[in-house]
Design a protein around this ligand. Sequence first.
Ligand code: NAD
Length: 426
Amino acid sequence: MKISVIGTGYVGTVSAACFADLGHEVICVDIDKSKIDRINAGIPPIYEEGLSELLKKYAGKRLHATSDYDFAIKNSEVSFLCVGTPPDPRGNIDLGIVKAAGAGIGRSLGTKKGYHVIVVKSTVVPGTTETVVLPAIEEHSGKHIGEFGIAMNPEFLREGKAVHDFMNPDKIVVGSMDKKSADLVASLYQGLKCDVIRTNLRTAEMIKYANNAFLATKISFANEIGNICKELGIDTYEVMKAIGRDFRIGPHFLNSGAGFGGSCFPKDVKALIGKARETGYEPELLNSVLEVNEKQPHRMVSLLKDKLGSIKGKKIAVLGLAFKNDTDDIRESRSIPVIKELLDNGANVSAYDPMANGNMKKIFNIKYYGSAIDALRGADACLVMTEWDEFRSLDKEFDVMEKKLVIDGRHMLTPGKDVEYVGLCW
Ligand code: NAD
């Protein structure tokens, strides 16, 4: 089938490359010319395991990128809307980009002959597809629903494992107003071993929020239990390993540490809170999930101050800047509030991340290094913020520190006896 993908960020580029791998012809659309050039040259605009191989294989063949909506809409039967849905200054969802992209699709759809289905893949609060995207398309195309189809197909991929997750989903959710559109969207995923859950538009939108809110809740729960365990001298990882064996709980997302970041969990929980408040309901549990998460990074700095006293003028090495391992994405990374607090307290910060140094440079003017050992040289303490595999084996590298104090925010190190090792919740 011929597919266009509007917005080539993490979700759009991965979806485009994977749809090409499933045998479809794909045209990507973005307003960012540099992303278009990179995709056409077979170079991913973001780092994702396996993405480079797919783009190299299909760019210029089954996969093209353009900034021309007309070309993309007229040469495809279905369009996936994958643009960003960032928070507004109050934390509620900002639908400005979605509206603009919907209008863009609408303008091109107006003069197109033949049936076309628009699929919202961006994470949008319940009601958005029907009351924001659909009216934008109708207004700018002059057509009415029925002359084109609309569907909502949320994305559940994990950054860092996005290609794997797209190709091996544990569920595919398709919300629609009619069977014809839902059938078409479901058929695009043929070849993947996974059931398609069919529902209405609003339910599909809510499934995505409930999914992310539950995972965020699990993490904040693990962090709260971890904080209590730390006070009581109990190893929370032993506790979580045991409770994770309960089939009603499950073993995943129970790792306590510096909290969750990324482009999705914080933003989506905030957006769901905002939507709930619109209805007059105050979501106490979700408020607490965010509150626990906000406090976790500050606990890293509190532990540091407990050990060092004043950190003014001290050299603190921060290992890990990406919000999680295997990505260069720093959006809402827990290392951001940590570095800010270190700088506010007059510390000198040296940092290293295998992939995210470049992105963090846009936020903080600190010293960045090309390896952990270089960042650690002469440091009075080290804070481990991201679960990169290469940090697991760090040991003799700590010898170059002025004072061998290591505070681990991710429960991943087993340094030698001469290192003072402090766990965040253990
Ligand atoms: P992103 O910011 O990385 O990418 C969005 C892209 O849209 C950018 O390349 C931008 O240039 C482009 N764009 C903006 N306005 C445009 C327009 N008018 N026309 C065409 N392109 C335009 O965003 P992302 O992380 O890929 O997320 C996209 C959506 O998917 C969001 O709603 C997000 O919540 C959701 N989501 C993200 C993830 C994730 O892990 N990143 C996972 C699941 C769902």
